[in-house]
Design a protein around this ligand. Structure first.
Ligand code: CP
Length: 310
């Protein structure tokens, strides 16, 4: 496989080849193997400044990007939209230009509008990392999901991975499904009809309407949060009804004890996943969080090396 990472930005999982994914997950695993929480820090981003700009809420992605940037030597500028001059009417592009003028090198951006990060990258010379844009993409979440599955299964070719829940609103589903297919895994989706994406026929995946069928088929379940904040009325009769028919419960794990349980967080316990399932030995939810720091270190280090090469 080629050992060059040919990208200035990471905007979408669809830009990554099999070789790119291999380079990222290999580098992330090397960081994990060498103990990412110990000193001395790496210096891939020494002398560089990373802007962490979250226009929408986040715990895992924001903090792990900032930790990852510091662990590879960057200075980090943390921008919080609600405490900024956006509230005085300053535009997104004026905000970008203002922070760029301070002398920064890399932007990590989350925004509630699909396409916002791609749009911003057209107004700057910096590298851009998409930390989640609307319902579109969340590529580093997809990559950390892949690393977590590879740690458990090894090669993902031919593995059956079912994404469960609110697929319609999920940028995680869109990123993870693309990466899994690039790596030769089989992707399944389990959701009520109203929460399937409208273009699902283009996804070329298996579709399930009954949780028992999905559990029988799958090697792993990647369970998604019901995104109440993006939900139009009428998509679900009730959360209780969703939980009864699509929620993952201990009875499913008892039926299939080697089923891997994943969730990108944040979790709605008792809706898409029961508390005891999230805490079961088959669950790698906390490992996903740990892997997120290593994957983000890897992506930022590779982008920085690539910028130096160009
Ligand atoms: N998985 C994820 O993106 O979580 P946050 O919204 O907390 O960043």
């Amino acid at each position: 496989m080629a050992n060059i990472f040919p990208h200035k930005h990471l905007l979408s999982a669809s830009q990554l080849s099999k070789s790119d994914i291999h380079i990222i997950t290999t580098r992330a695993q090397e960081f994990l193997n060498s103990g990412i929480s110990t000193t001395p820090k790496y210096d891939f981003l020494r002398g560089k400044t990373v802007v962490s700009a979250f226009f929408e809420g986040s715990t895992r992605t924001k903090l792990s990007f900032e930790l990852a940037a510091r662990r590879i030597g960057a200075d980090v500028l943390s921008f919080t939209a609600s405490a900024s001059s956006l509230s005085k009417g300053e535009s997104l592009i004026d905000t970008l230009n203002t922070i760029d003028a301070m002398g920064v090198d890399m932007w990590v951006v989350r925004h509630s509008f699909s396409g916002a990060v791609d749009f911003m990258s057209g107004f700057s010379d910096c590298s851009f990392l998409n930390a989640g844009d609307g319902q579109h993409q969340h590529p580093t979440q997809g990559l950390l999901d892949i690393l977590t599955m590879q740690q458990h299964f090894g090669d993902l070719t031919g593995k059956n991975i079912c994404i469960v829940g609110d697929i319609l609103h999920s940028r995680v589903a869109r990123s993870t499904a693309i990466l899994l297919k690039t790596l030769g895994a089989n992707v399944g989706l389990l959701a009520p009809g109203t929460l399937f994406p409208h273009d699902v026929s283009n996804w070329k995946v298996s579709q399930f309407r009954k949780i028992d069928d999905a559990v029988e088929w799958a090697d792993a379940l990647n369970i998604l949060r019901i995104q109440r904040e993006r939900m139009a009325s009428g998509l679900l009769p009730s959360l209780e009804e969703f939980s009864n028919f699509f929620g993952v419960k201990m009875k499913h794990l008892l039926r299939k004890p080697d089923l891997l349980i994943m969730h990108p967080g944040p979790v709605n316990y008792g809706v898409e996943i029961d508390h005891d399932v999230a805490r079961a030995v088959q669950s790698v939810i906390q490992k996903q969080v740990t892997n997120g720091v290593a994957v983000r270190m890897a992506v930022m280090a590779l982008l920085a090396e690539n910028i130096e090469r160009i």
